[in-house]
Design a protein around this ligand. Structure first.
Ligand code: S3P
Length: 469
């Protein structure tokens, strides 16, 4: 979906940011070799969405927020740096353990210098909601990938709430400078795309507004912001609205810092999970994976394809349901994935497309327009990666059709990853189950969301070349 036209900004004003995008690590070519059966129990890192929110709401809370199992990937470290720039006192207390002492709603400091979010779409967009509702001026920038991603979808509602876009890169991109109003105007806003980032930016802005801010979404998206706001003491009501939801937040609550335990990220678990399904003879248990129903579209789809995934030891962890997932190598069948399921598995299409390449018969994934505006154009990147490894694939409108032949794919190709962590991990998984292995041009971005990916996969028996042992 394209973002609407600009509004209320001053195109003559130059962004305060440097001309070059923020540097990213040197490219790190990697290759996955065909593997023996994968076996073992592993725990993937904390959920990226919840980690960003824990830091941001810790900044806005009064008192101390103690976070356990925070994802220490580059994206979240950027959000921590920004929260510090807005006045939070943030310390690491141990591996995955962090303590945030907040500045409180209305108490933000004006950040000095540019807030460099690197590759992090979620961190930058949610923080725009925070900055755009406080009387501070803040400049946002990022790497070459973030500079291509649409930001008007965030700026539009913020301008309605009283923010000023002082400057933006042409087309509504970072680098951009945002100034919040003295008093934020509460709004009722219908999101133009099924996006938890848009919803969350508006709700976070609504926190500093004297009234009720309402977000209406036509399709329900991940609800971590709503859950965490309620957990920290805000008044949030969620009601069904057609096939979507209406979320209403009473502004200027007193958020109280509390303990937040971050459950394991289902979007990271997806990689060892699909690897175990595809590599013959594998059996892997992935521990404590979050099974929030707004994140389980991949599990639903794989079950329809015939995957053997058992949910064991279901339990509650800090307000989210988690389970250990026991995954056994399975023969998969092609399926038709409805568009309505997309929000519950939006980050999982690259790895689902890899699974589909090994399944018997075509898999059609419908309604994937949003994939074009992720860390890369994932529709194009997935299709190119599959084709480079001997898989027949088509993009038809917003649908992706993968023609699986019910056998190991040939492999042998090198996949361009376009600064996209999930493209890199998906195709490395493909290599493990392929006939000739698969190379990726750059695995460095894996550190944004799953820094332990290579050692964890190696512990299960995977073999990679071009990677430190
Ligand atoms: C996220 C929402 C999704 C997802 C992203 C994380 C979030 O993005 O792709 O990785 O934490 O809110 P959109 O809101 O753009 O769909």
């Amino acid at each position: 979906m394209t973002d609407p036209a600009p509004h209320g900004n001053d195109p003559a004003a130059m962004p305060k940011a440097a001309a070059a995008p923020s540097p990213h690590p040197a490219p790190h070519p990697l290759a996955a070799r065909p593997s023996r059966a994968l076996r073992g129990r592993v725990a993937v890192p904390g959920d990226k969405s919840i980690s960003h929110r824990a830091v941001i709401l810790g900044l806005l809370a009064i008192g101390e927020t103690r976070i356990e199992n925070l994802l220490e990937g580059d994206d979240v470290l950027r959000t921590i740096a920004a929260a510090r720039a807005f006045g939070a006192d943030i310390r690491q207390t141990g591996p995955g353990g962090w303590r945030v002492v907040g500045a409180g709603i209305g108490g933000l400091a004006e950040p000095e210098g540019v807030l460099d979010f690197g590759n992090a779409g979620t961190g930058s967009r949610l923080m725009m909601g925070v900055a755009g509702s406080h009387p501070v001026t803040a400049t946002f920038d990022g790497d070459a990938s973030l500079r291509r991603r649409p930001m008007r979808r965030i700026l539009d509602p913020l301008v309605r709430m009283g923010a000023t876009v002082v400057s933006e890169a042409e087309g509504g991109h970072v680098p951009l400078t945002l100034r919040g109003p003295v008093e934020t105007i509460p709004v009722t806003y219908e999101t133009p795309a099924p996006s938890a980032q848009i919803k969350s930016a508006v709700l976070l802005a609504g926190l500093n507004s004297p009234g009720v801010t309402t977000v209406v979404e036509r399709e329900a998206t991940r609800d971590h912001t709503e859950r965490m706001l309620a957990y920290l003491g805000a008044e949030v009501t969620v009601s069904p609205e057609g096939s979507g939801r209406r979320v209403a937040l009473r502004g200027q609550p007193e958020l109280r810092g509390r303990e937040i335990v971050v459950p394991a990220d289902p979007s990271s678990a997806a990689f060892p999970l699909v690897a175990a399904l595809l590599v013959p003879g594998s059996e892997v248990v992935i521990e404590g994976v979050m099974t929030n129903p707004l994140r389980t579209g991949l599990l639903t789809t794989l079950a329809e394809m015939g995957a053997a995934i058992a949910s064991e030891n279901r339990r509650d962890l800090g307000g989210e349901e988690v389970a250990d997932l026991r995954v056994t190598a399975s023969r998969l069948e092609g399926v038709d994935v409805p568009a309505a399921r997309a929000p519950s598995m939006i980050d999982e299409y690259p790895i689902l497309a890899v699974a589909a390449a090994f399944a018997r018969g075509p898999t059609r994934m419908r309604g994937l327009a949003e994939l074009r505006v992720k860390e890369s154009d994932r529709l194009a990147a997935v299709a190119a990666g599959l084709a480079a490894n001997g898989v027949r694939v088509e993009i038809e409108g917003d649908d992706l059709v993968v023609h699986g032949e019910g056998a190991a794919v040939a492999g042998g190709g090198t996949v361009p990853t376009h600064l996209d962590h999930r493209i890199a991990m998906a195709f490395l998984v493909m290599g493990l189950a392929s006939r000739d292995g698969v190379a990726v041009d750059d695995g460095a971005m894996i550190a944004t969301s799953f820094p332990s990916f290579l050692p964890l996969m190696r512990r299960l028996g995977a073999e990679f070349t071009g990677a430190p042992a």
